[in-house]
Design a protein around this ligand. Structure first.
Ligand SMILES: [Zn+2]
Length: 278
């Protein structure tokens, strides 16, 4: 196994997710979207974290705003899909959902899974989330590197700071770097399979009328219950008239419940299941 040496830490890929913005400023890490951060907005033109598919990075079409920035970052870091790409990117995000610290992996990379499991035993409220991606066409910034991890910290309203989460994420990043070194030296503590890994299945949208207007909200009984078991018959949404909408699908464990930034994407929550072989 090749050692993981060339590591990029970045924040502010979304300009209003202030844990990453201010950690990047404090430590001189990569501030991914400074233009959006200056205005405390998620993005200006389009979501920077949806601009890193290889076909987009390579396209010669005139680009503006975030796509130009994505191409700039790709060149700066060493080009996605090539030998000069960094070994690892750690990208720091916030979520308004009650997800604690969620370490999102885009593949079952053995090194990152093993390191994340150690982190999950050492820190409270840490979960591992598997979001398998086809690396080449994945639009996420982290996929510029050979492997990546996204650190989601919540619940935190976008555009605000939370001192507890700020220092917790900072500690986790530095511990992560130590554990990468331990991995490189073959001395990473072994944790086994007692840490649960949640694998993303699909997203679900809010109930909507024929015009696309949302007709129900996340049910109060589900709000804040990220990574808890959802079974058929349990309430999921509540209409503006107070009528309950009950879950009719299979057992799952929702996350990103009521994430503010996903309203525009038609996502009310992401459904996950414990991964069997992670
Ligand atoms: Zn984000």
């Amino acid at each position: 196994m090749q050692p993981i040496k060339d590591i990029i830490i970045c924040g502010g890929t979304h300009g209003n997710e202030l844990t990453g913005v201010y950690l990047a400023k404090k430590h001189n890490w990569l501030l991914a979207n400074p233009a959006a951060a200056a205005l405390c907005r998620r993005y200006l033109d389009r979501d920077l974290n949806r601009c890193f598919a290889l076909s987009e990075l390579k396209s010669r079409k005139n680009s503006s705003g975030e796509l130009t920035r994505a191409k700039e970052i790709n060149l700066l870091l060493g080009k996605k899909g090539t030998k000069t790409a960094p070994d690892l990117i750690l990208d720091i995000h916030n979520t308004t959902a009650n997800m604690g610290i969620t370490l999102i992996l885009s593949s079952k990379d053995p090194a990152l899974l093993a390191i994340s499991k150690v982190i999950a035993t050492e820190f409270k409220d840490v979960r591992i989330y598997l979001q398998p991606e086809s690396r080449e066409e994945s639009p996420y910034l982290g996929t510029v590197a050979k492997r990546d991890i996204c650190i989601e910290a919540g619940p935190q309203p976008h555009g605000t700071l939370n001192a507890e989460l700020f220092f917790k994420v900072e500690r986790i990043v530095f511990r992560f770097l130590e554990l990468v070194e331990a991995w490189n030296n073959g001395i990473l503590p072994k944790i086994g399979n007692k840490i649960e890994v949640f694998a993303e299945i699909r997203n679900i949208d809010y109930p909507r009328d024929a015009k696309g207007n949302i007709t129900a909200m996340v049910h109060p009984a589900l709000q804040g219950r990220d990574f808890c078991k959802l079974k058929a018959g349990m309430p999921v949404f509540m209409g503006f008239d107070g009528k309950e909408i009950l879950w009719q699908g299979k057992v799952c464990y929702p996350a990103f419940i009521n994430e503010a930034a996903y309203y525009e994407n038609g996502v009310a929550m992401a459904l996950t299941l414990p991964a069997k072989d992670a």
